[in-house]
Design a protein around this ligand. Structure first.
Ligand SMILES: *Cc1c(COP(=O)(O)O)cnc(C)c1O
Length: 374
């Protein structure tokens, strides 16, 4: 049986006609950059997220960088990030001469620990970047409260949780990425809303920030050839906008399909003592960008070898804490051990999950995984 970690092809075939037609239109008009398709997608995405401003850009890493440029951080300012995340989050911080301050995550949600944030705050702290890891939101209500108290910016890294809802304790429900001052996402092909190349977006409800973000992503200009601020060149191209506009109406279905896969795995592994299935926080919908198990009793690496041999795709997201990465040793300031982060790096393993998985594939994977522990 052929099983893929992500199956972008089968998903494409279901909406092929619309995508092919749109791509042909772009080819016919040759408006490859800033075509009307980009503006159209921007408006659709604003409406889906119920957010005032979406700024399409070239990728999720750029989105984070532009966001940090927009809130006016200065070299030496400290930015709090989780130590257990994809490198992009910390990379742009270091690139701008800012200091990434890495904080431990919770062992159950894999998201940034609230007490850890409080303990990391110094007079130089200017910003918190929560990452909604694997598809569920960090504890945003608590984070916004801390940000308000200490006057800090909040930039959400929503690259893995697009489509997820967050519910505040008063019952108010919003999309992740629209809670902090700025939200960032990626349309990398394997993300929950992926295009067919690189792409990203920034979102905000703040009008002034919205205008500034647009400007920074476009060489610091709002009138052509008049540059008010130092910016960069970060654009979503028209071909990618076609793909995103075709997929956006299906995003909720895609999320539901992922949740169904997760439900299947959860039920299948319930009686395997060495496996801890993903915790689902009550304040957010988990849209399962990844289905990530914790493997107890030091058996993770052995399980990985076994799955590789059985040709069942699997990934370790992430094998090394950020502060142990060669690139961040200098900027992580002597920090060398965060307990949950260290443990998760040794215990996590992600199984195939995508919108096109069928029961036969799931049964096969579950059977093989369970057989390993018997
Ligand atoms: C994918 C990802 C990014 C970066 O997105 P790119 O489009 O690849 O630049 C940033 N943060 C997280 C958590 C991601 O998963």
């Amino acid at each position: 049986m052929v099983i893929q970690m992500v199956d972008v092809k089968s998903q494409y075939l279901k909406i092929k006609e619309e995508i092919d037609r749109g791509i042909q239109e772009v080819l016919n008009t040759t408006a490859f950059i800033n075509g009307p398709q980009v503006k159209k997608f921007q408006l659709e995405f604003e409406s889906y997220l119920n957010v005032k401003h979406v700024i399409p850009c070239a990728n999720g890493t750029d989105a984070l960088q532009i966001a940090m440029m927009a809130v006016g951080l200065k070299p030496g300012d400290e930015v709090i990030v989780p130590a257990f995340t994809y490198v992009a989050t910390a990379e742009v911080i270091a690139l701008l001469g800012l200091i990434p301050v890495m904080v431990d995550v919770d062992a159950d949600t894999f998201n940034i620990n609230i007490e850890g944030i409080k303990a990391a705050i110094t007079p130089k702290t200017k910003c918190i970047v929560p990452v909604h890891l694997y598809g569920q939101a960090a504890d945003m209500e608590a984070i916004m409260k801390i940000a308000e108290e200490y006057k800090l910016w909040v930039i959400e890294d929503n690259a893995q949780a697009i489509g997820s809802d967050y519910t505040f304790s008063d019952g108010r429900k919003v999309k992740t990425g629209t809670i902090g001052n700025i939200g960032c996402t990626s349309f990398y092909p394997s993300k929950n809303l992926g295009c067919y190349g690189d792409g990203g977006a920034i979102m905000t409800n703040d009008d002034a920030l919205g205008a500034l973000l647009h400007k920074i992503a476009n060489h610091g200009q709002s009138v052509r050839y008049y540059h008010d601020v130092v910016g960069c060149n970060s654009r979503l191209d028209s071909l990618q906008a076609i793909v995103l506009s075709a997929k956006l109406p299906h995003l909720d279905e895609y999320c539901a399909a992922r949740i169904k896969v997760a439900d299947y795995y959860d039920a299948a592994f319930v009686s395997v003592d060495s496996l801890v299935t993903p915790y689902r926080a009550p304040y957010t919908t988990h849209v399962f960008h990844q289905y990530t198990l914790k493997v107890k009793n030091g058996k993770r690496d052995e399980l990985k070898k076994y799955l590789d041999a059985e040709k069942i795709p699997n990934m370790i997201y992430y094998p090394v804490p950020l502060y142990k990465q060669e690139a961040f040793k200098a900027s992580s300031d002597g920090l060398e051990y965060l307990e949950n982060t260290e443990q998760l790096c040794k215990e996590v393993i992600s199984l195939p999950i995508h919108t096109e998985m069928d029961e036969e594939q799931l049964a096969y994977i579950a059977e093989k995984v369970i057989a390993f522990f018997n």
